[in-house]
Design a protein around this ligand. Structure first.
Ligand code: 4NS
Length: 464
């Protein structure tokens, strides 16, 4: 007879193992939840003027735009206090100071339209605007606007002023660059990327094909009057002549040649008079900023800067003092690095798009080329680690995930995630989810075994 009142040794062992496993999984889930909860409750926010962090003092005013979850434009006084803040529009993109009036800025911004009506029969749509804001009086004036039928890749991320009445616009919606007289609203010149690029290049058409995210009217030097354009999805910066069109032998980068550039943002042209021709550019998906010098009809890299924290930079401006102002979108900061590569000024921002030091001219207008300045490059292998955000086991898993996942996927995930989710928090969520799922599968397995339920495949093979 079998004694059912006493558990077998194997039974006791299995119960103990289960108990230990349950404790281990509970600890892992609780620890992950604690990391996530503490990050979610504190940290960086730009959701209101009061929440925007103060900046360290520096010479001149700084303006920062954000697009994505929070659409903001913030201007800092030289002492670091917030002078101006606006979050009326859904998204703010490239901003530039107005010539001879640096405390007035012009920028492109977008409002997302969620309600069906005469401006949008099938929401979401977009209202793209070119606006001018006086940072001292707070007065905002719309200079030109257009309703567009889509929201995804439905924005204007940049425009550049040519003269008092004309601006050149980077139109992501139509994959075009156009010059408009904002007084008459007549478009006077237009380049269509389809004239020079195949629809097999870039991303899918018409969803987000070329993603023309930056445009610059070149004012000085041999290239004066030409227009520099960034085709993000073709990994190329191209030069347009208004009569001849694309100047093919000037193109910087090539599609999918990620060693040169990978889905760049915000190239700035440095003319010969300041040590160029050179282009300073945010090499976004490669997580670095760099500069190329035009030598003997070719573009050669003359400078690059990265550290362990930089993630999806979208702007780099060479300042008149030789430093470079960098907008590090997923590193959640705007910073200034000096000639030897040290970070000398930094302010937190949740999802910055563009930054300008206002009294120094638009973008890199007052700066010289890296070659002229003899700038030192800095890479992570040189020990360029300026990430002071801790290095515990969670951060280790975070950095491991970042190395393993493709850059585009990592950046897309960070872009849609709440701002408090950094590498560490993403790792904590991954560990918590994995532990929870493994624990739940084990519990189901144990329960099935105890209740003598056997799982069988719906299809079985008959033996002969
Ligand atoms: O806010 N948006 O909708 C947005 C922001 C950035 C973005 O990508 S980027 O490469 O053009 O900066 C696309 C859409």
């Amino acid at each position: 007879m079998i004694d059912r009142s006493r558990p077998s040794l194997a039974g006791v062992r299995s119960a103990l193992t289960r108990c230990r496993l349950r404790i281990a999984f509970a600890v892992l889930v609780l620890l992950s939840a604690a990391v996530v909860a503490s990050s979610a409750s504190g940290g960086l926010s730009t959701a209101s003027k009061a929440a925007v962090p103060a900046a360290p003092p520096t010479e001149n005013h700084t303006v920062v735009t954000e697009s994505g979850r929070a659409g903001t434009i913030t201007a800092y006084e030289p002492d670091g206090d917030v002078l101006y803040y606006n979050n009326t529009r859904t998204k703010y993109f490239d901003v530039d100071p107005v010539e001879d009036d640096p405390l007035t800025v012009e920028y492109t911004a977008t409002d997302t339209i969620h309600t069906a009506g005469p401006t949008c029969s099938e929401p979401p749509c977009a209202l793209n605007v070119i606006e001018r804001a006086d940072l001292e009086t707070g007065e905002v004036e719309v200079l030109y606007e257009r309703y567009d039928h889509k929201e995804t890749a439905g924005e204007w991320h940049d425009m550049d002023r040519i003269n008092e009445s004309h601006v050149v616009v980077a139109d992501i919606v139509a994959d075009q660059v156009f010059i408009v007289n904002t007084e008459t609203e007549i478009v006077e010149w237009l380049w269509d990327a389809q004239s020079d690029f195949s629809l097999e290049s870039g991303h899918s058409f018409p969803r987000d094909w070329a993603h023309i995210n930056d445009v610059e009217y070149i004012e000085r030097g041999a290239m004066a009057g030409r227009i520099m354009v960034s085709l993000r999805n073709q990994d190329q910066v191209v030069f347009l002549d208004r009569r001849e069109g694309l100047l093919e032998n000037w193109t910087l980068g090539a599609e999918n040649e990620y060693g040169t550039m990978y889905e760049q943002h915000n190239p700035d042209y440095v003319p010969e008079s300041r040590g160029g021709p050179a282009v300073v550019v945010a090499d976004s998906e490669n997580g670095r900023v760099q500069e190329f010098q035009r030598e003997d009809g070719e573009w050669n890299r003359t400078w690059e800067w990265e550290d362990d924290r930089i993630q999806w930079p979208r702007d780099a401006d060479r300042l008149p003092n030789g430093n470079t102002l960098i907008t590090d979108t997923h590193g959640n900061r705007v910073m200034e690095v000096n000639a030897s590569g040290a970070v000398v000024w930094q302010v937190g921002s949740t999802l910055p798009y563009d930054a300008e030091r206002l009294e120094t001219g638009a973008e890199s207008e007052g700066g010289q080329s890296a070659q002229e300045l003899g700038l030192e490059s800095r890479t992570v292998t040189d020990g360029g680690d300026t990430d002071t955000r801790g290095f515990g086991p969670v951060e280790f898993v975070g950095r491991l995930l970042e190395r393993v996942l493709p850059h585009r996927l990592t950046n897309a995930l960070i872009f849609v995630a709440p701002v408090w989710i950094g590498k560490g928090e993403a790792a904590a969520i991954a560990v918590g989810l994995l532990s929870g799922l493994t624990w739940a599968s084990l519990e189901i397995g144990w329960w099935l075994r105890e209740s003598s339920v056997r799982v069988r495949l719906p299809v079985t093979r008959e033996r002969e």
